[in-house]
Design a protein around this ligand. Structure first.
Ligand SMILES: NC(=O)c1ccc[n+]([C@@H]2O[C@H](COP(=O)([O-])OP(=O)(O)OC[C@H]3O[C@@H](n4cnc5c(N)ncnc54)[C@H](O)[C@@H]3O)[C@@H](O)[C@H]2O)c1
Length: 357
């Protein structure tokens, strides 16, 4: 892989699984970035990761990494509950941020962060990496350029019981540490909340990326046979109807996809488990030429592409292609609205929702 002459010197906070599976490698492979620094307060993990990835600087303390003038930007790859406070710390230190999804854990903290980011004028991106899947990006452009107004959008995300049978073969063996910092009280124990934040954040972001802003939801949830299944009716600002499904786990294959009906065309999309680095298959039909259009042969390493886009925005002022702070905030509102609607059985407006998921 060839590097450009000007590289974004990235500092990665967190040496946990997502940094090991994606960010360290992606920074090293990105055409316009370098893995300049890593940071984790777990000594054993930090030392091992430094030996493998050879960053130029290694920090135990995030404040010290932020104080390094050679760090151009940071990736925040820590537990969800820390995203907002650590993003605020980074923005206050003047560093652009790429934070893992979801943006945060409550509507209020995300609002505070969004206000600060706007004030700062710094580039801020959320790691909903599906936007960098070339099939999904092609579908998004096709919606903008070809199919006119939207009538309806359906999107689904069904995680497989056999997910780890697949991903264990695709990812390196993660290195764990007893010293790793995690929020108290095990956030994964509230499974309903955890699944929505972890997986629902991708589903909601894809729906918004393709369908536009959401204004209201009505959601139902069933929890049976150790599976959670949400059926969510959505209303888009542009008048389109939506239906989102999140089911975890399904006793079958991983299935993620979307179906979109527009004024002058329609789209069927099948998204693969991201760790295969295989572009979504999208079939985009246009009434203008009465043809199906489908891309092939694009680089599909979404985790690398999102860093390259982040670096292009910072180094060259290119428009941000990833989810920005407003997208992350809107997704948080949508997930909180889904939770309120599950509790009440009522339609919930995103503009009126407060609290967490
Ligand atoms: N985009 C994706 O496909 C994807 C996939 C998996 C996970 N994620 C997201 O990535 C995030 C991280 O997941 P993970 O499983 O790697 O987390 P993790 O909690 O296992 O690891 C985080 C690491 O950060 C360190 N850390 C936390 N706070 C710190 C601080 N203040 N200073 C220094 N070090 C600190 C911890 O010691 C730990 O080693 C989550 O938000 C998750 O939702 C995204």
């Amino acid at each position: 892989m060839e590097k450009e002459s000007r590289l974004l010197r990235v500092g990665v906070l967190g040496c946990g699984p997502i940094a090991q599976f994606a960010h360290f490698d992606a920074c090293r492979k990105a055409r316009n970035a370098e893995l300049y620094a890593i940071c984790d307060l777990a000594d054993d993990l930090r030392t091992r990761m430094a030996a493998i990835h050879q960053p130029r600087a290694v920090y135990a303390d995030f404040a010290q990494m932020l104080a390094d003038p050679n760090v151009d930007a940071v990736i925040i790859a820590v537990a969800d509950q820390y995203h907002v406070p650590l993003s605020i710390q980074a923005i206050r230190a003047g560093k652009p941020v790429l934070v893992e999804k979801p943006l945060g854990a409550t509507v209020e903290e995300c609002a505070e962060l969004a206000a600060l980011v706007h004030q700062s004028g710094l580039v801020f991106q959320v790691g909903t990496n599906r936007r960098f899947d070339p099939g999904v990006a092609f579908a998004q452009r096709f919606i903008q350029d070809e199919i006119g107004g939207l009538i309806a959008l359906k999107a689904w995300y069904c995680d497989s019981t056999y997910r780890y049978t697949m991903t264990d073969n695709l990812q390196p063996i993660p290195i764990q540490s007893q010293q790793a910092r995690r929020p108290g009280g095990n956030p994964k124990a509230d499974r309903q909340r955890y699944l929505m934040l972890t997986h629902g954040s991708h589903l909601v972001d894809t729906a918004r990326y393709l369908g536009g802003a959401l204004i209201a939801v009505r959601a139902r949830l069933v929890h049976q046979y150790e599976s959670f299944c949400w059926f969510i009716e959505t209303e888009f600002e542009n008048g389109a109807l939506g239906h989102l499904e999140l089911t975890i786990p399904v006793r079958g294959d991983f299935e993620e996809g979307f179906r979109i009906y527009g004024e002058f065309g329609s789209i069927n999309g099948r998204v693969y488990l991201p760790w295969y680095h295989k572009a979504s298959e999208v079939e985009c039909f246009s009434t203008k030429d009465r043809q199906y259009h489908r891309p092939l042969g694009e680089d599909s390493y979404t985790y690398k592409l999102q860093i390259e886009s982040f670096a292009d925005a910072i180094l060259h002022g290119k428009p941000q292609a990833g989810a920005d702070v407003d997208d992350g905030y809107a997704a948080m509102r949508a997930m909180a609205a889904i939770a309120r609607s599950v509790d009440s059985g009522e339609r919930v407006l995103l503009s009126e929702v407060t609290g967490g998921v």
